[in-house]
Write a protein that binds this ligand. Structure first.
Ligand code: GLN
Length: 483
């Protein structure tokens, strides 16, 4: 039963082949048995899951239907869940029980989704390897010596290992797409403003966006449907109608114009990944797509700009964790300054402290123009590049990551080396565009992802292209050995 996708689960529940309660028990047992190898969960919510499953079964018995009614999922542990620990992967929030549900959590619960638990993540979503979590590193089910990607590594590892069919995640610079690529999943970062950020603990507010991680585009469509929509509680939420994503999956790709940016295939890209990306292009051409070379000339400036803007916003967002109002507080503070200093020094891990320092520096008088303002100008240039490209093509295609998942610990002493791995994903966040990563093959037994980018609010186009690709390829169906 654990092999079923969300779409298959919805059919099985509708056909009364099994109940949500039965399925939930099977998956909870599987998590108890297998997750010790992966460390993909920070908290399990067995009691909540069983009561939600029973309630969903009653709703179905009363004639209700819906693709998420009775579907088991988990939430990345930065979505606030009322009365349940919401740690953000940090010692700072180890004791924090959220007083309310995030909009995403509330919407999915209302649609009848069953919450199995909260998944592991890089501390405050800062990282690309899921090694900065206070709760320990997450392992990649494809090779337990390798990282699963980050920051949504727990959601990715759990779904890839078939502990559950799908999970929520967030993407500030690639944290949905990159772990999807590293674990053979499909992951979608929606347009900025498509999914409410209310109750999502902020890392870099102008870049953060929640989205689905699942095995197939079809399942991402189902989960995104439950997450997306205008939310008056989030001032950056956009009041734009939400299309029926599942209904949009069967569009023809005849004449679809795919742009291949020449900057995506230069130095730094593993040539074996380049080959798999080109194979995926050939598949899409067979389905009627036409390929065009394009250029995104400012891409080379995106990493330095992102690693100024994201830490700047983080340094501001994380100032609320002061040891006074909630979260970790140091023992026996001498005075208020000591309370602030030690609570933050003891509560935040090294990567979070590094980002706060970088961000505070970039924002300080005398440096603001040179770093923060400059980075914002680059951000606009990156966006302009995309706008020009989308005058010529319908989607942009390239690798999700320059390399496959690296070994645990391999980049621990070199944060910049880890930052550079985000080269293909961060531009979509800087521009606010939607992006999807889909499985496209393997290198040394490790999964490789292809990234698709589309114009604003064209999540449906991305899902349609990925679904058509998945109807004609079987990479996404491969299961890691031992799971
Ligand atoms: N790796 C990037 C960072 O550390 C992106 C993380 C994310 O998307 N949350 O900032």
């Amino acid at each position: 039963m654990h092999q079923l996708t969300l779409a298959e689960i919805a059919r099985g529940l509708a056909d009364k082949k099994f109940s949500s309660e039965e399925l939930t028990k099977v998956l909870l047992a599987r998590i108890a048995q297998l997750d010790p190898q992966l460390n993909s969960f920070i908290s399990l919510t067995e009691d909540l899951a069983l009561s939600q499953a029973k309630a969903a079964d009653v709703r179905r018995a009363n004639g209700e239907s819906g693709a998420l009614l009775g579907a088991p999922i988990a939430h990345k542990d930065l979505f606030c869940t009322q009365g349940i620990r919401t740690s953000c992967g940090s010692k700072m929030l180890d004791n924090f029980k959220a007083p309310y549900d995030a909009t995403v959590v509330a919407k999915l619960a209302a649609a009848g989704a069953v919450t199995l638990g909260k998944t592991n993540m890089d501390e405050f979503a800062m990282g690309s390897a899921n090694e900065s979590s206070y709760y320990g590193a997450v392992k990649n089910p494809w090779n337990l010596e390798h990282v699963p990607g980050g920051s949504s590594g727990g959601s990715a590892a759990a779904v890839a290992a078939r502990l559950l069919p799908a999970a929520t995640a967030t993407d500030t610079g690639g944290s949905i797409r990159q772990p999807a690529a590293f674990t053979n999943l499909t992951g979608l970062k929606p347009t900025y403003g498509r999914v409410s950020r209310w109750g999502m603990i902020a890392y870099a507010s102008s870049l953060d966006q929640g989205g689905p991680l699942a095995r197939t585009a079809e399942d991402c469509a189902i989960l995104l449907q439950g997450m997306a929509g205008f939310d008056p509680k989030d001032s950056t939420s956009i009041d734009e109608p939400v299309p029926d994503y599942s209904a949009g999956l069967n569009g023809s790709l005849q004449g679809l114009r795919i742009g291949l940016p020449k900057e995506y295939f230069g130095a730094g890209l593993d040539p074996r990944i380049a080959e798999l990306v080109h194979n995926s292009v050939k598949e899409l051409e067979k389905l009627g797509a036409v390929v065009k070379g394009i250029s995104l000339p400012n891409m080379q400036h995106a990493i330095p700009a992102y690693y100024v803007i994201a830490p700047a916003e983080a340094s501001s967002n994380l100032s609320r964790f002061d040891g006074v109002r909630f979260g970790y507080r140091c023992e026996n503070p001498k005075d208020l300054t000591d309370l602030y200093k030690r609570s933050r020094g003891e509560g935040f891990g090294p990567e979070v402290q590094r980002r706060i320092m970088v961000g505070a520096y970039a924002l300080s008088a005398g440096y603001y123009d040179a770093y923060y303002l400059k980075a914002q100008k680059i951000r606009r240039l990156v966006k302009n590049d995309f706008m020009a490209a989308f005058n010529e093509v319908d989607i942009i295609l390239g690798p999700t990551t320059p390399n496959p998942a690296w070994k645990l610990g391999a980049k621990n002493n070199d944060p910049v080396a880890e930052y550079l791995e985000d080269v293909y994903t961060i531009t979509a966040n800087l521009a606010g565009l939607p992006g999807l990563s889909m499985p496209a093959g393997f290198v040394d037994g490790l999964p490789v992802g292809v990234q698709l980018l589309a114009p604003y609010f064209q999540e449906g186009r991305l899902l349609n292209v990925a679904h058509q690709y998945q109807l004609n390829t079987d990479w996404h169906t491969r299961t890691p050995t031992g799971f």
